[in-house]
Design a protein around this ligand. Structure first.
Ligand SMILES: *Cc1c(COP(=O)(O)O)cnc(C)c1O
Length: 382
């Protein structure tokens, strides 16, 4: 194995390729599609956005898709389109990217944290039920790291209490739950096309829904609240996706299934081979989930006597990239205190037990068999 050592080994070190943890897959086809738009002179609200929306809706299996300029905007607009606002409470997981929470704050609602399940690290519907109050107006399960949250539980909560579910699918493009794509299981789904996600438009996002009213409101909100030129129906924003982004998205969407297939194969190849290592703990997706491995997640068993910091050091020394998020439950973020939200009493044991303990290993579609075997060998040496 190549390692950072001295003397005659130095030459090998120099030739060892650093393996990146994530990488966008963009080539000549995207360049050609963008070039065509640039030369067309039509950059906003044109055919490409409409076609991207139609094809994305077909892919997810929903009636409507509304393209916007980020995953955060998708969440924000979905909440507003559903009518969430001041005085409302929205139940969210503590282990996710902050945008899941900031979108709730943008509409003037209060995020209420429920705990996660340890098998999939997603929001727990059992914990969620304990936090439902008369003020609860939405639940946002996040399909974390590419694994679907237990949607059967959320759909039954939604029916029992009449509370809409918004799926945050920013890490789960193509993930399936009981044979159906996530993003079509609740009232609305939201996606991000940021550079590191399963597919990208640089920046970008999408709202998916079967509800024509939600789709219509979302279209108005993303476009200055205009229902027609010069008629401003409600307070909106400029959160439109450009034709340039949509043209790139159309090409990426065509590639998505192939990219996901590679991502899944790479992740399963690594995880199957390291699962038996005494220090390694690998979350196991249930049979009802087609996991798309936004992350290839691994944890270090505390009883092994090894630590995650040692694993990070070992990977670094061997030129292997990784990521480590989220380091704190979101209810501990400084910003919340600054806007007078006091979560000091909140302590969710499952979330507390895993924050900062999950490492994402490289699994992107560009890895070769040699790369994968090198990753596995390095992990076996740990
Ligand atoms: C990436 C991400 C978002 C935000 O998407 P942007 O396009 O970066 O605004 C929201 N939620 C989750 C879970 C994410 O991973």
């Amino acid at each position: 194995m190549p390692r950072r050592t001295h003397g005659e080994d130095r030459k090998r070190i120099v030739t060892t390729k650093f393996i990146k943890v994530a990488k966008p897959f963009v080539g000549e086809e995207e360049v050609a599609a963008i070039r065509e738009v640039l030369l067309s002179g039509s950059y906003v609200s044109g055919d490409k956005v409409a076609e991207f929306e139609r094809r994305f809706a077909d892919y997810i299996g929903v009636r409507h898709a509304v393209a916007v300029n980020s995953g955060t905007a998708a969440l924000h607009i979905a909440l507003e389109a559903i009518g969430i606002g001041k005085g409302d409470e929205v139940i969210v997981p503590p282990l996710t990217f902050f945008a899941t929470i900031s979108s709730v704050l943008y509409v003037g609602a209060v995020p209420v944290f429920a705990d996660i399940d340890l098998d999939d690290l997603c929001l727990s519907h059992e914990s969620t039920e304990k936090y439902i109050s008369p003020k609860t107006k939405a639940i946002i399960p996040v399909h974390l790291f590419g694994c679907a949250a237990k949607m059967a539980g959320f759909i039954s909560l939604s029916g029992k209490y009449g509370i809409p579910v918004i799926e945050d699918c920013a890490q789960a493009h193509g993930t399936e739950y009981n044979g159906k794509k996530v993003g079509g299981l609740g009232k609305a789904g939201t996606f991000s096309f940021f550079a590191t996600k399963h597919m990208t438009t640089g920046e970008g996002g999408m709202i998916t829904t079967n509800d024509p009213h939600v789709a219509e409101e979302a279209r108005i909100i993303r476009n200055h609240g205009m229902s027609s030129p010069d008629v401003h129906e409600r307070l909106g924003y400029n959160n439109r996706m450009t034709e340039i982004e949509a043209a790139m998205g159309l090409v990426q969407l065509k590639k998505l299934d192939d990219l996901n297939k590679k991502r899944i194969e790479n992740s399963e190849y690594i995880l199957e081979r390291i699962r038996a290592l005494s220090w390694a703990e690998v979350p196991v997706a249930s049979n009802s989930v087609r996991h798309t491995y936004f992350w290839c997640p691994v944890m270090v068993r505390p009883e092994s006597g090894k630590t995650i910091d040692e694993l990070k050091e070992h990977l670094k020394n061997n030129e292997i990239g990784f990521r480590q998020r989220y380091q704190e439950p979101l209810y501990r973020q400084n910003v919340l205190k600054k806007i007078d939200l006091d979560y000091s009493h909140v302590n969710l044991p499952n979330a507390e037990s895993v924050v900062g303990k999950v490492l994402g290993l490289p699994n992107h579609p560009g890895l070769t068999k040699q790369d994968l075997d090198r990753i596995i060998d390095v992990l076996k040496e740990f």
